[in-house]
Design a protein around this ligand. Structure first.
Ligand code: HEM
Length: 166
């Protein structure tokens, strides 16, 4: 195992634990605790904490992609070999899942999250939310859950990769 491979592996594991650990913290600790607050208070806390976590998430995704491709290149020797054999098949499935996770994160961070926050701010000035708001909230929750499941699947595929040849 050369030094570059080892460094990339350490970065990969650090980035994935920060990202997935953060998701588990939000789902298991933060969301259940904030759910019972009044919408306006809940909304501003969620958006402040969410903005910070979202930055960490995007940095982690970039580091995961960089360190992941580095590991694949060092192990396979070249990109063509990295996508061949059983290793290549698992890597391809993993990349498709990672792509879906990135799309989900973008949808959550740049479309649904800000819209939900906007409605929660309006509610704090007494406006009654439309039915659409509750649908939005359910969709955001559903997205966060599928994201966590997807990340767990990607972890399983990652572990399989370390044990698979070409
Ligand atoms: C573009 C994105 C990614 C690429 C190209 C990539 C690539 C790789 C490669 C090639 C390995 C195997 C290294 C080896 O042979 O030992 C690996 C391991 C792993 N990956 Fe990724 N990965 C990516 C993103 C992710 C993400 C988003 C997660 C988690 C959510 C993740 C979790 C893991 C895990 C848990 C391992 C096993 C670590 C170990 O046991 O050493 N990867 N990844």
């Amino acid at each position: 195992m050369n030094e570059l491979f080892l460094a990339a592996k350490i970065v990969h594991i650090l980035a994935l634990t920060s990202w997935v650990g953060g998701m588990i913290f939000v789902a298991a600790v933060m969301a259940p605790k904030l759910r019972n607050l009044p919408p306006q208070q809940r909304g501003s806390l969620f958006s402040e904490l969410g903005r910070r976590f979202s930055k960490l998430g995007w940095i982690a995704i970039a580091l995961l992609a960089l360190s992941g491709f580095l590991q694949a290149l060092v192990r396979a020797g070249d990109l063509f070999r990295a996508f061949s054999g059983t290793f290549g098949t698992i890597l391809t499935v993993k990349l498709v899942l990672v792509f879906l996770l990135v799309v989900e994160s973008a949808l959550h961070d740049f479309v649904l999250g800000p819209r939900q926050t906007m409605w929660e701010q309006r509610m704090s000035s007494g406006e009654v939310p439309p039915a659409f708001y509750w649908r939005l909230r359910r969709t955001t929750q559903w997205l966060a859950r599928t994201q966590l499941l997807g990340a767990i699947a990607v972890i399983v595929l990652g572990v399989l990769l370390t044990r698979t040849g070409f």
